[in-house]
Design a protein around this ligand. Structure first.
Ligand code: UTP
Length: 296
């Protein structure tokens, strides 16, 4: 094995076990990762990004109730037969191209018995990811970019060999709802992280950069997650353990990823992301723009 294998990222952890309470009542029946963005569930964009970044193994962290993901990943031979019999060629082609997405991907599952936070969810995957750096992507964060966001982070990791998190720049007025970072600029989009403040009050804001739910992490993160104390709400939050890592002198980097950040964490963000992609869609975009102009 050459040195380059040290930096190879083979696995991604994708937590999808959250409650999605900001989407009630819909999230009672559909977990938010399965909400549509145009004609695909959010999670499909995340899986496509993983695959296009060259990652071969996915570890999903699921809740005990998560049945949808299993049926989504299962092949549909009966439906395929029916489509052939009914000569529905277009739908058959669509089904086949969808099933191709999972070819060459090795998918496994771990259960998070209780929704005790995104950090707690990631910790559950530690038994399947030992002693190697890994990618992490939340199940509801999409970046629309010709170079997949995880690939951008992996390329940076090859130069830092230390954890790197995706960053985006946002207007000051909204930063209070995010994990905000104090940084030292290294090069055009790359920063050394100095401090992280979750949901800062206006006087605590450090920069216009916030953390996006995509990372390349090293296995030390699991030790910190194990030791982490739950927040006031009883959750172990990934963003909060980074501070402990910084306090121990560990280097952490942030990379302002290129691409449009399509957030799907609450109703308005999801609707905007849906609209963004719908209006850009090669099939529906033009008609939808005309329709939008026509409605009062
Ligand atoms: P969020 O904090 O956005 O999701 O988690 P949530 O807790 O489901 O949402 P609200 O606040 O109740 O509306 C980011 C990612 O982490 C996963 C979510 O499924 C999402 O992909 N997550 C969160 C878990 O897997 N387990 C948890 O306990 C919390």
């Amino acid at each position: 094995m050459g040195d380059s294998s040290l930096f190879e990222i083979k696995k991604v952890i994708i937590p999808v076990a959250g409650l999605g309470t900001r989407f009630l009542p819909l999230s009672l029946v559909v977990s938010k990762e399965f909400f549509p963005l145009v004609d695909k569930p959010i999670i499909q964009y995340v899986i496509e990004e993983v695959k296009n970044s060259g990652i071969k193994e996915i570890v999903f962290v699921v809740s005990p109730k998560q049945k949808m993901l299993m049926s989504y990943l299962k092949k549909s031979p009966e439906l395929e037969k029916l489509l052939i019999k009914r000569k529905k060629d277009k739908q058959l082609a669509e089904l086949k191209s969808f099933e191709m997405l999972f070819e060459g991907l090795d998918i496994s599952f771990v259960t998070q018995k209780q929704p005790l936070g995104d950090g707690h969810a990631i910790l559950q995957a530690s038994k399947l990811v030992t002693n190697e750096a890994m990618a992490v992507s939340f199940g509801d964060d999409v970046i629309d970019s010709p170079i997949p966001a995880l690939e951008q982070l992996i390329n940076i990791f090859k130069t830092t060999n230390a954890p790197v998190m995706a960053l985006k720049s946002l207007p000051k007025e909204v930063i209070g709802a995010y994990g905000n970072v104090a940084v030292e600029k290294i090069s055009s989009n790359l920063y050394k992280i100095k401090k992280i403040i979750e949901k800062p009050s206006p006087d605590q804001i450090q920069s216009n950069l916030v953390i996006v739910g995509k990372y390349v992490l090293t296995p030390e993160v699991f030790n910190y997650l194990k030791k982490a104390k739950p927040s006031e709400k009883g959750e172990i939050i990934l963003g909060e353990v980074f501070d402990a890592m910084l306090n121990d002198g560990m280097p952490l980097y942030g990379y302002e990823v290129k691409g449009e950040w399509l957030e799907c964490g609450d109703k308005l963000k999801w609707l905007k992301s849906f609209m963004y992609l719908a209006l850009k869609d090669p099939v529906f975009g033009e008609d939808l723009k005309k329709y939008l102009k026509s409605i009062k």
